[in-house]
Design a protein around this ligand. Structure first.
Ligand SMILES: C[S@@+](CC[C@H](N)C(=O)[O-])C[C@H]1O[C@@H](n2cnc3c(N)ncnc32)[C@H](O)[C@@H]1O
Length: 262
């Protein structure tokens, strides 16, 4: 996720992001592991440091103080349903997932049949209102994928009582784009401004203790097992490069932060 800081707000099209996540689900399952979380883990102090999957789950459990039991949750950029599965099982939440990828939505529907899932561009949320308003909207490593975060947050405002963002933030003062990932990492000042302009009031922010090397080593090992002979292509190649860089040179020049806004 590193990259050369620049002040250019390089744009990309969300259809590129949809393509990025549209590979065959079986391949993704092998690489991400059975829980199918696609976010870095947060260190669970009660588990061994090399237990990557425990840290993926802990990243979701860490949000529970902000997600009351039986909440209606709108999971914006819901992936394949790893986080939603936990929210249903452990928090008795009713979840509506939104993703730009059809293949993710199919897996989400199979993995979390109790939940609802919509395939749509979250930047058009105001055009297709989520009729069933949410107590909490969560965005886990998804906002930085959206070239117009302002549209997403403004669109969400009428539909969400609380907003939880857990995402990458540039470590320095200048936000930057990583074109390999179709992601833009805002500075802390920038993301606070985005939240405010979306009509939310920031209640809490926190830089998280991320299990960078453990998550990266886990994904890397799974990629090597899934592609024993050929070098992976596309998204898996990008992920492999990132993981190798983290394992060999340490964490990228971003923090992962949680923002809670109402
Ligand atoms: C890194 S994955 C995170 C998935 C999931 N939140 C998790 O933690 O496992 C990013 C997610 O954002 C979704 N996404 C990116 N841009 C989107 C957009 N414009 N509208 C809806 N979903 C989007 C992708 O489809 C993907 O599900």
């Amino acid at each position: 996720m590193g990259g050369k800081p620049d002040s250019d707000n390089v744009q990309w099209d969300s259809s590129t992001v949809a393509d990025f996540y549209s590979g065959e689900t079986a391949g993704w399952r092998e690489v991400l592991g059975p829980g199918m979380h696609y976010h870095f883990g947060t260190v669970d102090p009660t588990r061994p440091i090399d237990d990557a999957e425990a840290h993926f789950s802990f990243a979701i459990r860490q949000l529970y103080p902000w997600i009351p039991v039986r909440s209606k949750v709108l999971d914006v950029g819901c992936g394949w349903g790893g986080p939603a599965r936990l929210l249903v099982d452990e928090r008795d939440c009713s979840v509506h997932g939104i993703t730009i990828s059809k293949t993710q939505a199919s897996e989400f529907a199979a993995r979390v049949p109790e939940a609802r899932v919509s395939v749509m561009d979250a930047q058009e949320l105001d055009l297709e209102p989520v009729r069933d308003d949410a107590d909490v909207a969560i965005m886990l490593e998804s906002l930085t994928h959206m070239p117009r975060p302002d549209l997403v947050l403004r669109g969400l405002r009428p539909h969400a009582g609380r907003l939880l963002i857990r995402d990458h933030v540039a470590r320095g003062e200048i936000g930057f784009t990583n074109p390999d990932w179709n992601m833009r990492f805002p500075s802390r000042v920038e993301i606070r401004e985005q939240i405010k302009e979306g009509g939310f009031r920031l209640e809490h922010e926190e830089a998280l203790e991320i299990s960078w090397e453990v998550s990266a080593a886990f994904w890397l090992e799974n990629i090597r097992r899934a592609f024993p002979v050929f070098t992976p292509d596309g998204q898996f190649k990008v992920l492999q490069r990132l993981c190798e860089s983290i394992v060999n040179h340490g964490p990228p020049n971003v923090d992962i932060m949680m923002f809670v806004a109402e």
